[in-house]
Design a protein around this ligand. Structure first.
Ligand code: PPE
Length: 319
């Protein structure tokens, strides 16, 4: 059987339903409910290499969102917050990863076929792999090109945006393909009322006349954990930060634009629909917040908000 993913993404083992198993044995049945109906929920978490060893960023918040996502789609999850948090840390430790990405996923397995998930057991897996800059190393420094998607984010009374549900990402995938085919690195999606929502896998921030504006949760966005980190860092720097509906034209009028996300970290946006954002170069506020963000998660400054969970080496005693 071919390797299910690119070689760089391999780790020795994956956590699967409570045990660590070899990479190649982490398989599922083709009649799994999630494969047919998109009934999975997932998380994306980053672990950074700090001077004191690997440390996971905002682990508890991610696991809590994972539990909420499962609850929203009425999928029983047979593990607690603590158990899942520990399993994430162990997955990093047993694979001897330093800087890496952690992907917990829970999904409905094979049971009776049909939309009603009858006797479909919930499976839970955690994969880890090294994942570099999501939108490219160059993108982090120079900013990326984006387009407003022809696709619209799902309306609030359809697939809930606040949960990270596998099926919802079909739309993200088509929007991303469209953007990449148009020569862009990322798409910006509008909500069903035409307000700016977010990227396919990132939240968006606008800097306009010295204020930092980001769409509110009511505009069909995921409540991003990096979004919250960035808002907190911006307030600490003395900026005015507001959650406010963002019109498409504000993207064109903006002095600066950037994305936030676990995978995307803090990525400047240099064009939207081929129009330069501000000067067309990453702006000073974006770069300030990007540096503040990396300083904390990479352990270069005191972890004053207690965002980091140090990973104990495999086999170390846990208190
Ligand atoms: N919006 C969406 C739709 C989204 O998927 C993410 C994370 C965010 C916002 C940012 O949320 P947070 O990571 O909590 O700051 N997207 C994850 C998956 C990316 C992927 O391609 O897979 C991620 O960044 O890990």
């Amino acid at each position: 059987m071919p390797s299910p993913t690119i070689p760089e993404a391999r780790s020795e083992t994956l956590w699967f339903d409570g045990d660590f198993i070899p990479w190649d044995q982490a398989r599922v049945h083709v009649l799994s409910h999630a494969l047919h109906y998109g009934t999975s929920v997932f998380e994306g978490i980053r672990c950074y290499a700090t001077a004191n060893g690997p440390a996971i960023s905002r682990l508890e918040e991610h696991v809590r969102r994972f539990l909420h996502s499962a609850k929203i789609i009425r999928m029983p999850l047979p593990y607690t917050l603590d158990e899942l948090g520990r399993a994430c840390s162990e997955a990093v430790a047993v694979n001897e990863m330093g800087e890496c990405y952690i992907r917990p996923i829970a999904f409905r397995g094979a049971g009776e076929m049909g939309v009603l998930p009858k006797n479909c057991p919930t499976h839970v897996a955690i994969g880890v792999w090294p994942w570099g800059a999501y939108l490219g190393e160059e993108g982090l420094k120079q900013g990326i090109d984006t387009m407003v998607s022809t696709w619209t984010k799902v309306a609030p009374n359809t697939i809930p945006a606040q949960a990270k549900i596998g099926g919802a990402y079909v739309m993200a995938t088509v929007a991303k393909i469209e953007a990449v085919e148009a020569g862009c690195a990322e798409a910006i999606l509008l909500d069903s009322d035409g307000r700016v929502a977010e990227g396919t896998g990132e939240n968006i921030f606008v800097v306009y006349q010295g204020r930092i504006i980001t769409p509110p949760l009511s505009n069909s966005i995921l409540g991003g954990i990096t979004r919250r980190s960035v808002m907190q860092l911006a307030v600490e720097r003395g900026y005015e930060v507001v959650e406010q509906a963002v019109s498409r034209e504000l993207l064109y009028m903006a002095d600066e634009l950037f994305f936030s996300g676990t995978a995307a970290e803090v990525t400047p946006i240099r064009t939207v629909d081929r129009l330069p954002v501000g000067t067309g170069k990453p702006g000073p506020i974006t770069l300030r917040l990007q540096e503040d963000f990396f300083d904390i998660v990479k352990g270069r400054v005191d972890d004053r908000h207690r965002w980091l969970t140090p990973v104990a080496p495999a086999g170390a005693a846990v208190d």
